[in-house]
Design a protein around this ligand. Structure first.
Ligand code: SAM
Length: 278
């Protein structure tokens, strides 16, 4: 693991996560041993818009039971379980943070989906997967921790079969070129944050033999989503189960800074879908 990767994994390690998710389920009135995929959704999709964002991305992908899916930077496996639950595909999840991988395995066991899934600790820049082994690679809110976008795209191209799809949803640079307010959900300090413009992604994809087939600016969706979340929290307080469980004590500040950066136009949550042509 590189020094940056070490620091990123440290950032996401908050301790006893599986236990805290189980406790939060209990506090929400759900028996953790009888939990369903849906019960976990409030706390296992660690990206802007949660499961609504996942719905939006996958509506453009429509995998089948035969699609071999790779979830890059899978976190605690929320998106991976979504794919198995909705499409019955086989999913491999890879993530840098050992605690997230442990929790991904435990939660997938809990909801009875482990037969269709496997999770491994590993880097997006050196994926522990075979060449051309996947038809669909997805990556949600991971690129902000990866400086080497060219290396990322060439590694994803290696893992995809020809004609395969790479779908991502990342926080990219907005129209206003100003320093970001920190801490943010993906990084406490600028040193481990690599928010790049959409052009950096597109150039890296083209160099790796991938063709852009869709691009969606999700800023308006993100602003509306956070407005609703803040209103809900102001009315009834934070729900026990939420992505704050993965964000440490500064979670409220990280959310506030994210929204401030978003409203100032410094960041732009963006979906991109590519096809591997070569
Ligand atoms: C904001 S979370 C998103 C997790 C998950 N994709 C989701 O949407 O729920 C970012 C994730 O990227 C992982 N990550 C960051 N850099 C990575 C890298 N170079 N290789 C693999 N995973 C990485 C982190 O460990 C973390 O789980």
């Amino acid at each position: 693991m590189s020094q940056i990767e070490d620091a990123v994994a440290q950032h996401y390690t908050t301790g006893a996560l599986t236990e805290r998710v189980r406790d939060a389920l209990q506090a929400s009135g759900v028996d953790p041993d009888a939990a369903t995929v849906a019960d976990l959704k409030a706390g296992d999709e660690f990206h802007t818009g949660g499961v609504a964002a996942t719905d939006h991305l996958f509506a453009q992908l429509a995998p089948t039971h035969a699609t071999r899916v790779l979830d890059i930077g899978c976190g605690i496996g929320g998106t991976s379980r979504y794919v198995v639950d909705h499409y019955d595909s086989n999913v491999t999840g890879v993530d840098l943070t050992p605690e997230f991988v442990e929790t991904a395995i435990a939660l997938s066991d809990l909801v009875g989906l482990s037969q269709k899934m496997s999770f491994q600790v590993g880097s997006a820049l050196d994926l522990p997967v075979p060449d051309a082994g996947f038809d669909l690679a997805v990556m949600l809110h991971v690129g902000m921790n990866i400086d080497d976008k060219a290396g990322l795209f060439s590694e994803v191209a290696r893992a995809l079969a020809t004609g395969g799809t790479f779908a991502l949803f990342d926080v990219m640079g907005g129209s206003i070129d100003e320093p970001l307010a920190f801490p943010l959900p993906w990084s406490t300090l600028p040193e481990t944050s690599f928010v790049d413009s959409p052009d950096v992604y597109k150039n890296a994809a083209a160099a790796a033999g991938m063709e852009l087939v869709a691009e969606n600016d999700r800023t308006e969706f993100a602003i509306a989503f956070f407005q609703e979340v803040f209103e809900r929290v102001a009315e009834s307080g934070p729900a026990p189960l939420g992505i704050h469980l993965m964000m440490g004590e500064t979670a409220p500040e990280k959310f506030q800074n994210y929204v401030a950066n978003l409203e100032a136009g410094r960041i732009r949550p963006t979906e991109m879908i590519f096809k591997k042509t070569g």
